[in-house]
Design a protein around this ligand. Structure first.
Ligand code: PEP
Ligand code: MG
Length: 586
């Protein structure tokens, strides 16, 4: 049996190849000083190194643009911005000027300081940016005369590669710029001892399609150069010195995955249409601007749910109107003018806490002070967000959506506050889309029951099955023991969905779904049969869903949808759909 090393699955896929271990570059340790009177000369040496690092980054940026690697180009753009950063470069200059630091020590210390600050944040994405800061300060150090191994990563990997075998890189960590320069024709995959799923290295690996495992710990560094290894990027598993049997199994998996990828690629940039020509929208659920960019690259047509509460979380204060405006505008810009971007107003409460609001602990947080209930109680907070969304609506096809609506009164109050925000902006002569659509989430059975009444007033519905299931089945969505109840295929849930779609269509309103159900293959034929217009899901589910849709005949699915409404339970529905829809099996 092979030796196994477990890590975090950072980029899916299987790679087989020979290990190449990257030893860490030596970084100057401790603080060293220059003599009194030499500060000015040291400062010019430092500025020259920064300038040289800038030219190198500009060249790398241009090279990435020329070869169509936009994602990687963005990283070098971010690094160029860091070279202008006061906290990094300004602080290093100050250390040389005021404390007589040697240039290497100055940039190393300010880099470590900024990186440590980022690493202490709750937000995983920001935390991972620490690696970018270190990357930039190392580049400046190399330009200070430690330049011998600038291209160590690509060089080491290429040198170790024989004509028909790829290299698998093993490193303590890979800097984002190292990763951006990896050539997938020679590098089969990589494994790092540290790092998380949202590190830039992991993001690039996914965008280039290199299988990768991060956070594999010290074991990843005890491999020897040239050992045969398998990287299972889906399971986050490395097999060292595999047996012939394991090798054969992974070779077969590799071939199968390549076939599936090629098949899915045909659906990128294509409309989402069924075999008999019925078109729907396949959009993504996101929680940040970064997610928006990724979702666009993964084939989503827009955003069906922007969980804006993530902008509020992981920080000690509340995001300002300006910060929110920028986030919504940039999310829209990631997709372009016409793409629909549904911004859901913040849904704090339930399992999502917000220290800055100091909410009281409740016995039943999922049945408590949550989402729109807080917003209507705190119009100051709500209006800031409404103004930000409205202002961003001048830059794209934004729509606004209120979560956890239970009564018509709540919807009308929320709508009235939206109107107030519009009126304020009008009187300030600030641009926004006067015809911005406003809709509600249907995630409380009370709202589903009253869908006919809501449909006369709202512009759209989006069904939140994650909550709708828990409230319909009285089964806490966080409780793993209740899996058999937390199933959207239970007919009572399907009946509510049916009722909501019918009510909306009667008033010529569109209906989407942004609960997990929308991206679940077994549910897609049912939802299509029930007439759902928009399916919002995690970005990675979009291309598989579009492929499945292209095989389905919508006309035949209305009778399937009708039949499942009358079944005993989720299990009966599941086995019926599996039998009736052979297209679910590729
Ligand atoms: C839902 O309830 O289905 C939903 C999409 O909202 P959230 O998961 O954010 O509660
Ligand atoms: Mg919900």
């Amino acid at each position: 049996m092979a030796t196994e090393i477990k890590g975090i699955a950072a980029s899916e896929g299987y790679a087989i190849g020979r290990a190449v271990i990257l030893r860490e570059e030596a970084v100057p340790q401790g603080v060293t000083y220059v003599e009194a009177g030499e500060e000015a000369a040291e400062l010019s040496r430092f500025d020259a190194a920064v300038a040289a690092a800038r030219s190198e980054l500009e060249e790398l940026h241009a090279r990435m643009i020329a070869s169509g690697r936009e994602k990687e180009a963005e990283i070098f753009e971010a690094h160029l911005m860091l070279l202008e950063d006061e906290e990094l470069i300004g602080a290093a200059q100050e250390r040389i000027r005021g404390q007589r630091y040697k240039a290497e020590a100055a940039i190393n210390e300010s880099g470590e300081e900024v990186a440590a600050m980022l690493a202490s944040l709750d937000d995983e994405y920001l935390r991972e940016r620490a690696a970018d800061v270190r990357d930039v300060s190392r580049r400046v150090i190399r330009k200070l005369g430690h330049d011998t191994d600038a291209d160590a990563v690509p060089a080491a990997a290429t040198a170790a590669t024989s004509s028909n075998e790829k290299s698998i890189l093993f490193a303590f960590d890979l800097t984002p710029s190292d990763t951006a320069q990896l050539d997938p024709s020679v590098i089969g995959g990589f494994v790092t001892a540290v790092g998380g799923r949202t590190s830039h290295s992991a993001i690039i690996a996914r965008s280039v399609g290199i299988p990768a495992i991060v956070g594999a710990g010290d074991k990843a560094l005890r491999i020897e150069d040239g050992q045969l290894v398998i990287v299972d990027g889906a399971a986050g598993l490395v097999l060292v010195d595999p047996e012939d049997e394991e090798l054969a199994r992974y070779q077969a998996l590799q071939e199968q995955a390549a076939g599936q990828r090629a098949l899915l690629e045909q659906f990128r940039g294509q409309p989402s249409v069924s075999a008999d020509g019925h078109q729907v929208e396949l959009v993504a659920n996101i929680g940040s601007v970064q997610d928006a960019r990724q979702a666009q690259q993964q084939g989503a047509e827009g955003v069906g749910l922007f969980r804006t509460e993530f902008l509020y979380m992981g920080r000690p204060d509340l995001p300002t109107e300006e910060e929110q405006f920028t986030a919504y505008k940039e999310a829209a810009e990631a997709f372009g003018q016409a793409a629909p971007i549904v911004i859901r107003t913040m849904d704090i409460g339930g399992d999502k806490e917000l220290p800055s609001l100091q909410l009281e602990k409740e016995d039943n947080p999922f049945l408590g002070y949550r989402a729109i209930r807080i917003c209507l109680d705190r119009p100051d907070l709500f209006k800031t967000q409404l103004r930000a969304v409205l202002r961003a609506s001048a830059y794209g096809n934004l729509k606004i959506m209120f979560p956890m609506i239970a009564t018509l009164g709540e919807w009308r109050q929320a709508k009235a506050l939206l109107e107030q925000a519009k009126q304020e902006l009008r009187s300030e002569h600030v641009a926004f889309n006067e015809r911005i659509e406003a809709g509600i989430m249907i995630e409380i059975p009370a709202a589903a029951q009253m869908a006919d009444r809501f449909a006369r007033e709202v512009d759209f519905f989006s069904i939140g099955t994650n909550d709708l299931v828990q409230y319909t089945m009285a089964a806490d969505r966080m409780n793993p023991k209740l899996g058999y109840l937390s199933d959207p295929l239970h007919p009572p849930v399907l009946r509510l969905i049916h009722q909501v779609i019918r009510a909306a269509h009667k008033e010529n309103k569109w209906v989407g779904m942004c609960g997990e159900m929308a991206g679940t293959p077994i549910a897609i034929p049912i939802l299509l049969g029930l007439g759902l217009d928009e399916f919002s899901m995690s970005a990675s589910a979009v291309l598989p869903a579009r492929a499945l849709l292209s095989r389905l005949d919508r006309a035949k699915l209305s009778s399937l949808a009708e039949a499942v409404l009358d079944m005993d339970d989720a299990e009966a529905v599941r086995s019926y759909v599996e039998r009736q829809v052979p297209e679910l099996r590729v």
